[in-house]
Design a protein around this ligand. Structure first.
Ligand code: PEP
Ligand code: MG
Length: 877
């Protein structure tokens, strides 16, 4: 029989698949002898079985009963005992942390009888009734979908009847009335009385937590974070401890280092006389953890010691949730904590210095995505007006946008927006995803807004106490702002500015540009160390897609060791269009030759500049690819111009000839039409002109004492015969240019047929470069220009893929073609150089795939070069 329940004493931190992150870590802390309340975990497997069938898997409830009995024995208390009840918390806990996305129910086991017992045992009746009303509220919402507002209305009414401003001021009698009112709400919405039997409460709660895996917000969060949708959640059942038993009790969250800056030293928030949910929801403003030292020095010292042990055990920054019940400290959760991208680099380097991890391990603690975020711009504060106010800098970045006050408006907006809320709840997730940044008036660095924003890399300022959010306006520093007013928020400093503040490049970018040194800057020096190690470890080289000398020079500063793709058609734009027009309109060989002759010196000059910028490094020049009509005016526009001329009775002149050419060249599917190698085979002299320009430019660089390393790349090849023809022509041109260095000729692999016949093609090609943009388009049959808007949303929703295959390589399909082509190509030419130059070359997950597939290099846009370098190093270490 499958075992569905594990006691905290049975598991450990490596069982996350089965016990979820929370369950595995509770077991680990139990193993370490830390003060964890007794409890057990229902496995993710049980959840998956429940979600499949809609019923509890056979044997589960018996196992739960068994573990509950053990727990009762250990505690010397009985679950729901009317005289002295053992109460339980029931919490979700998936393999990957999904903050606030799923459900938790506290105080299970309370009912009309045990509430009295709890009051007597704790000598605090008020606390008992407060717990009971919390249970009805959480249970109603979670298990029976009773709308939260229905309870909130009663709570607000109770406060106003009592004439008090906050919940803790409600006295026992008032809470008893509230329980009565809550039970009525429960009955009205569910058609049944609030269940009094503790075991029934427990089983219903477990089912509700299972179901919360599929809550809309949880599904959305997983899609956003690329967490698989089929993992299921574990359920942790733990003896309740109470942080709301008076001022000698409390609850808090803490980090073993600052998750925003990476600074050493514990850091956290504490709330006296409260339950954990109050802190996480950011509903009440907390005090810094250090203040606990004054209130309860013994617990504070014990907590510091535990945090130290946890860091040593996990060898990383940990975050924890704890509760103090009448001076006794209890650990409710720990995990390796989320952190900002800057903190990730800083902490990884610190841990190396502390002898805790190796440099190889440090590389695994940072990601290309994090580096990408650090390359975002930030505010130029010299140009900023005085800030309106300052809040808690919860998630770094610079965001500018129009104010919206609710999630739906953020989703509907067409302009950039800032979501302004008193606090956020998991229901605000769609708006948080849509907004540029998030601003809240309540909650600290561990509030929902802060945690979720940090996870998404979204700018967030929270806990701006002087911000009065009032329906559709917000008042701050005597100014009232409305929906649509533009503000700028700085998630690094917490400052909020009126209007739109100018943004400037990130320090990381300025470092790569050579404008800043790493000296004395904790982030830059940590990053520099890790980049050096990544380069040292990497097997993949990183080249850049660059079409100009300036781009190539930047790519080189960013660490590129070559140009993997120069798209020559970009040299045919602007003023030069006229020359391309002449080429297309040429009616005989002489006219065509003259048009090509005019293009030659221009191309040559471009190449010289490029070879100069990349002196000593390979530059792969791709012969022209797109259909020529792309260089002509669009058909509709021309037709209108000619019709206008006709109507006025004037000669359309040049436009007339152009229109004829455009009509002649019109194709239904130009991306599958006359482009790439086909152009070279159809338009005499076009490729020869480009090859000559490359050879002459290289010869000129050699003559000037340079070391040019050009390579010629033929696009869109599908058959070896195409390449043979181009090669024969190219060789004769190259032989005719004196002083040119040896120039290799290779091909792009971007048509599935090329991948499948790579063995033949490699007999003629000296190198391959995968054009994964076209290869993806042609493998899936998705038009790369149209498809994303049309149906990708639906495909993502259905889970046909979890990310666009144009963004991250489709390993199973396109990836298989890549593997096959590498293997077949190298079988006939073992020294075949193989790279990739599609967009995937700068995507972290794809870089890892290309490493595994045995490629020699990836080529990506200059700004992605550092990201690809880091990922290439990570893949190899
Ligand atoms: C490709 O298809 O991946 C490629 C790099 O070429 P282009 O994007 O220019 O078609
Ligand atoms: Mg292509």
């Amino acid at each position: 029989m499958t075992r569905y329940v594990y006691d905290f004493t049975d598991g450990n931190k490596d069982l996350k698949d089965l016990l979820g992150g929370k369950g595995a870590n509770l077991a680990e802390m139990t193993l370490m002898g830390l003060p964890v309340p007794p409890g057990f975990t229902v496995t993710t497997e049980a959840c998956r079985a429940y979600l499949r069938t809609g019923t509890m898997p056979a044997g589960l409830l018996t196992e739960v009963e068994h573990h509950l009995r053990q727990m009762q024995n250990r505690m010397g208390k009985t679950f729901g005992d009317p005289r002295d009840p053992l109460l339980l918390s029931v919490r979700s806990g998936a393999k990957f942390s999904m903050p606030g996305m799923m459900e938790t129910i506290l105080d299970i086991g309370l009912n009309d009888a045990s509430v009295v017992g709890l009051g007597q045992q704790s000598a605090d009746e008020r606390f008992a009734w407060d717990s009971y009303r919390r249970l009805i509220q959480m249970f109603g919402k979670t298990v029976f979908d009773v709308p939260g507002e229905a309870f909130e209305e009663e709570l607000t009414a109770a406060r106003s009847i009592a004439g008090v401003g906050t919940d803790p001021e409600l006295d026992t009698a008032q809470l008893q009335d509230l329980v009565h009112a809550y039970k009525k709400v429960f009955h009205e919405h569910t058609g049944r009385a609030f269940p009094q039997a503790p075991h029934e409460q427990l089983f219903l709660a477990i089912g509700a937590v299972f179901r919360s895996w599929n809550a809309e917000r949880a599904v959305l969060y997983r899609r956003q974070e690329r967490i698989p949708q089929d993992l299921g959640t574990a359920v942790n059942i733990m003896a309740m401890v109470f942080g709301n038993q008076g001022t000698n009790s409390g609850t808090g969250v803490a980090f073993t280092r600052d998750p925003a800056t990476g600074r050493r030293g514990v850091y956290g928030d504490y709330l006296r006389n409260a339950q954990g949910e109050d802190v996480v929801a950011g509903i009440r403003n907390t005090v810094p953890l250090a203040e606990l030292a004054a209130v309860d020095p013994a617990s504070y010292r014990q907590l510091l010691l535990i945090m130290q042990r946890l860091e040593q055990r996990y060898r990383d920054l940990c975050d924890i949730e704890f509760t103090i019940e009448n001076g006794t400290l209890w650990m409710l959760q720990t995990r390796v904590g989320k952190r900002t991208p800057a903190a990730a680099f800083i902490i990884a380097a610190q841990l190396v210095d502390e002898g805790c991890i190796t440099l190889d391990e440090a590389l695994q603690r940072v990601t290309g995505e994090q580096l990408a975020q650090l390359m975002f711009p930030n505010f130029d504060t010299t140009a900023a007006p005085p800030p309106l106010t300052t809040g808690v800098p919860a998630s770094p970045g610079a965001a500018v946008g129009a104010i919206v006050f609710d999630s739906a408006s953020a989703v509907a907006a067409t302009e950039p927006v800032i979501l302004v809320r008193r606090e956020t709840t998991p229901d605000d997730l769609p708006g948080m995803i849509a907004a540029q940044g998030i601003l809240t008036s309540r909650g600290g660095k561990t509030s929902h807004a802060a945690v979720v924003a940090r996870g998404m890399g979204k700018t967030c300022v929270c806990g701006v106490e002087e911000l009065r959010v009032d329906g559709d306006s917000v008042t701050v520093a005597g100014r009232t702002l409305h929906a649509g007013d533009v503000i700028s928020i700085d998630g690094t400093t917490g400052k909020v500015y009126p209007g739109s503040v100018a943004v400037r490049p990130s320090a990381v970018v300025r470092y790569f540009e050579g404008e800043l040194t790493a000296h004395d800057d904790p982030l830059l020096s940590a990053m520099e160390r890790l980049m050096i190690h990544a380069d040292h470890q990497a097997r993949l080289e990183v080249h850049a897609n660059a079409d100009t000398g300036a781009d190539a020079a930047r790519a080189r500063r960013f660490g590129a060791t070559g140009v993997g793709l120069c798209r020559t058609e970009h040299m045919f734009l602007g003023e030069r269009r006229r020359l391309v027009e002449r080429l297309i309109l040429a009616e005989d060989d002489a006219a065509r030759a003259s048009a090509l002759q005019a293009l030659l010196p221009l191309q040559r000059a471009d190449f010289e500049e490029l070879f100069d910028a990349m002196d000593g490094l390979p530059v792969t020049v791709r012969l022209i690819d797109p259909p020529l009509h792309e260089f002509l005016p669009p058909l509709q526009e021309l037709t209108a111009r000619v019709a206008r001329a006709d109507a006025l009775g004037v000669d359309p002149g040049h436009d007339g000839a152009l229109l004829t050419a455009v009509r002649r060249m019109h194709e239904q599917n130009p991306m599958l039409g006359l482009r790439g190698v086909r152009l070279g085979l159809v338009i005499p002299g076009l490729f020869a002109m480009q090859v000559r320009a490359i050879a002459q430019a290289a010869a000129a660089r050699v003559a000037a004492g340079g070391d040019p390393r050009p390579e010629i790349m033929v696009p869109l090849v599908g058959a070896v015969q195409e390449l043979e023809t181009v090669r024969a022509e190219a060789e004769s041109v190259l032989a005719s240019v004196p002083g040119a260095p040896p120039i290799r000729l290779g091909t792009m692999i971007e048509v599935p047929r090329a991948a499948l016949t790579a063995g033949q093609i490699a007999t003629v090609a000296e190198f391959f470069s995968f054009g994964t943009n076209d290869l993806t388009q042609m493998t899936w049959g998705f038009s790369r220009d149209d498809v994303e808007g049309a149906f990708f949303g639906r495909y993502l929703e259905l889970g046909i893929f979890s990310i666009s295959p144009f963004e991250s390589i489709d390993r199973d399909g396109v990836g298989e073609l890549v593997r096959a082509a590498v293997q077949r190509g190298r079988a006939v030419r073992p020294d075949l150089t193989v790279g990739v130059c599609g967009e995937h070359g700068g995507d972290p997950a794809s870089v890892r795939f290309f490493h595994d597939a045995g490629l020699d290099y990836v080529s990506c846009s200059p700004f992605r070069v550092p990201i690809a370098r880091l990922e290439a190093g990570r893949a190899a270490s």
